[in-house]
Design a protein around this ligand. Sequence first.
Ligand code: SF4
Ligand code: SF4
Length: 200
Amino acid sequence: MSKAKTAAALRKLAELYRRMDAAYAKSAAILELSCSGCADSCCETVFRHHTYVEWAGLWAGLTALPGPQLDAVREAAGDWVRRHQNPVLPGVRPRVPCPLCEESPEGLRCGLYHMRPMVCRLHGVPNVLLRPGRGTAAFPGCDRAQALGKTCEPALLDRTPLLTELARLEMDLVGRERMGKLPRVDLTIAEMILLGPPKI
Ligand code: SF4
Ligand code: SF4
């Protein structure tokens, strides 16, 4: 993969991330949803990510970190995976902060906020996804959003155009001819850290 092609895809990804943030902010404002003081940190949720382009974006952010900080992130990723592979209570998924989490006076915060993937950006507000030939999938939003009891129609974020654009960027990066031939991406943040940048 040429550096120029990767850089072009990542520039478009940054633009798409801005659109996601704007869509999220609009829905959150309608709901009056704020993450401030939330004890149910969704950064302890096991999110999975599915594109090479976001994996490459994550690594663009990671490689810009100072060496000791990247070492600490790698160590946290190893710890995260070990704790999920060996839960203290068998069958009970442990709550372990994402390896990119940092402590702050307000609680956990993302240490790579500008390159956090789509799932992290859109989690929280209720949203819908129109799947061609398979109907509409609806997601109710996080517990706090649901507790606000205002999951009214205008607050629904439509993921469809955002996901469509992400799929287009994936094709730009990977190449139409190799789409579907590379191993499917189905990774947590910790796994993407431990595996290193995607080999495409
Ligand atoms: S998105 Fe919801 S669960 Fe996550 S920190 Fe914000 S309010 Fe809490
Ligand atoms: S990447 Fe950032 S926002 Fe996403 S789970 Fe990890 S710390 Fe939270």
